[in-house]
Design a protein around this ligand. Structure first.
Ligand code: CA
Length: 232
């Protein structure tokens, strides 16, 4: 198999070296950029499989880089943020980033995020061109045409909102979706009250699909940020 190409955008050379060394020892190819402008040039000319993007760049905010890349490409973008404020991550995710890492991060965390992203890429590559009438993930399956959800072949009874929520997560499996994105998609608005309702519906949905709600297998919580359906 060809080694996947990762574009590393980071102006801090120590962190950039840590990332590139990790990539080299784990069978990834890489190219690097230390500003937003070079990042865009490299992204256009090399079309990498994944972009690792620092948000605090010398010439521009990383969020602007995400917006520009999203105007022509769906390549996965994993944001690396030194800022611990949730709002930066949320802004980046809402601009179209797929996932995030918070500095300082471990090599294991970085590799885990890359694995999640490549699992999603491989899955969508295997399914392009096919009309996905049925979503399958582990023991969970959703028959979109019939509007039915099954766990190990047994039909689950979901409320319309739980169903909408599950379909949204399933269609974006592998991606972290923010609270405001989900509430806008499900309710058409995004008030604090909607986020509170989202928690309630998420809890009832999980009771129906997770074996152990204290250790959810399908839907991961990102505290203060949102939720993600994991590809099993
Ligand atoms: Ca930086």
């Amino acid at each position: 198999m060809n080694k996947p190409l990762v574009l590393v955008v980071e102006d801090d050379s120590a962190i950039r070296n840590l990332i590139t060394t990790t990539l080299e020892t784990h069978n990834y190819k890489h190219i690097t950029a230390s500003s937003g402008e070079t990042a865009l040039l490299e992204a256009v000319s090399h079309n990498p499989e994944v972009v690792l993007l620092d948000l605090g760049l010398p010439d521009t905010d990383g969020v602007n880089v995400i917006k520009k890349i999203r105007s022509w490409s769906n390549m996965p973008i994993i944001v690396i943020s030194a800022r611990s404020e949730e709002s930066d991550k949320i802004e980046a995710l809402d601009a179209g980033a797929d996932d995030y890492l918070t500095k300082p991060f471990s090599v294991e965390e970085l590799l885990a995020r890359l694995r999640v992203t490549f699992r999603r890429l491989n899955y969508s590559a295997a399914n392009t061109g096919r009309e996905n009438a049925v979503f399958e993930n582990g023991d969970l399956s959703i028959d979109y045409a019939a509007g039915c959800v099954y766990m190990k072949g047994e039909e689950l009874h979901l409320t319309p909102i739980e169903y909408k929520l599950l379909c949204l997560l399933a269609k974006n499996a592998g991606k972290v979706l923010t609270h405001s994105y989900i509430t806008r998609e499900v309710w058409g608005s995004s008030w604090d009250n909607d986020v509170a309702s989202l928690r309630v519906f998420m809890a009832t949905l999980r009771k129906k699909i997770e074996k152990d709600t204290s250790e959810p297998q399908y839907i991961q919580t990102h505290v203060g940020v949102g939720y993600r359906m994991l590809r099993i």
